[in-house]
Design a protein around this ligand. Structure first.
Ligand SMILES: [Zn+2]
Length: 379
């Protein structure tokens, strides 16, 4: 009988968790580090200040645009909060999502770009290294041994064992992580370093989907400037906001959308579209200039003397625009190899843009395709 009960529980558990995931209306935003823990320290900026600034911006966007969502911050000022306390705040408030914001740093000044982590076993040493660095914050806590079941942040084995703890919310965490990276890549031209897994103490006890965003590298001088700038912080926060909004809509599902449609007047929809267009305009304005170190191929398919919105090409996704020699030029794609760029070109040609051709960007500027291929071969 007891066995049967356990089996029944095992069967019902996913059903309960499915029911519980219906509404996404409480989000905890965690600005990494703070107070005596500066996090990564660049030549100009400290991680704790950048994460706080991005966290507050993100919270603002959510409060302004999604009024059914309650935003809770783990800190709103320069304060030290132990890692276990941060997930505790989320658990106590029955949060539906936990977003921890951080910046990377390495001994080399080369690496750049954004990556998003979920709790899980790391697949390579770089990922382990990120977790080790972030987990080192516990060394500043009193009695950390008792708080983390004897976890020793200096022992590599401890990190491995700890990362094997089952992540009940892995699928949803991967989903929101993927939305964040998509926004970084497609809307604000960040280098997409991917969705990764590693064992983070700050996510360990979170009883809800949770992610840790590494917005960029303070060890890379250009990226440090970007992360420290108002514009850079707006880009990062708005990308995470849009990812959150998409995730929320998806999780709340169709039934809710139908309800919404009935409720919404035509004016609401028009106003929303206008707002989204405006948002898009802001994000796309300097899209190709942002990631200065980035080298990529793309497919140009149209030009115009008048500035057109990138959303006016409705059969092509992720259109970007740049201005050159008195003309507005439109392209799509962010390809790291010439081969994939050429197959994208064929795809675009099939959509009726017979003249579509492959172009390349480096340092935010058009360069010849042959130059780009050469540079790539040298890397
Ligand atoms: Zn950090």
């Amino acid at each position: 009988m007891r066995k049967f009960g356990i089996i029944l529980l095992l069967i019902l558990f996913p059903v309960f968790s499915l029911m519980a995931q219906g509404y996404i209306d409480v989000v905890v935003i965690d600005a990494g580090h703070g107070g005596k823990d500066p996090g990564a320290v660049g030549s100009k900026y400290k991680e704790k200040d950048i994460t706080l600034s991005i966290a507050l911006k993100l919270g603002n966007y959510i409060e302004e645009n999604l009024n059914d969502v309650k935003v809770i911050y783990t800190r709103k000022s320069d304060k030290f909060i132990p890692l276990h306390k941060r997930s505790e705040i989320a658990n106590k408030n029955n949060a539906d999502l936990f977003i921890s914001i951080h910046c990377n740093a390495t001994s080399s000044s080369r690496p750049y770009g954004s990556e998003t982590f979920v709790m899980g076993p790391h697949k390579n040493d770089d990922n382990l290294e990120v977790a080790k660095q972030e987990n080192a914050s516990v060394l500043l806590e009193d009695n950390y041994e008792s708080q983390y079941e004897g976890f020793d942040p200096n022992s590599p084995e401890a990190h491995i064992i700890f990362s094997l703890y089952q992540n009940t919310y892995l699928n949803q965490s991967l989903k929101i992580a993927d939305r964040v990276q998509t926004q970084f890549r497609e809307r604000v031209s960040r280098r997409d370093r991917g969705v990764k897994q590693a064992g983070f103490l700050v996510l360990w006890r979170a009883a809800m989907p949770s992610i840790l965003v590494e917005a960029g590298f303070l060890s890379n001088p250009r990226e440090q400037e970007f992360l420290g700038s108002e514009k850079g912080q707006v880009y990062i926060a708005s990308a995470i906001f849009r990812a959150f909004r998409n995730y929320k809509m998806e999780m709340e599902g169709d039934s809710n959308q139908q309800k919404d449609t009935v409720k919404k007047t035509k004016e609401d929809i028009v106003a929303k579209e206008k707002k989204e267009d405006k948002e898009k305009e802001i994000a796309e304005e300097d899209a190709i200039n942002d990631d200065k170190d980035d080298l990529f191929f793309a497919v140009q398919f149209a030009t115009s003397t008048e500035k057109k919105s990138v959303s006016s090409f409705d059969n092509i996704d992720n259109v970007k625009r740049y201005y050159q020699n008195g003309m507005y030029k439109y392209f799509t794609g962010h390809e790291r190899s010439l081969n994939t760029a050429v197959s994208l070109q064929h795809k675009i040609q099939k959509l009726g843009y017979d003249d579509a051709f492959v172009i390349a960007f480096y340092n935010g500027e058009r360069i010849s395709v042959s130059k780009a291929s050469k540079r790539l071969a040298e890397e």
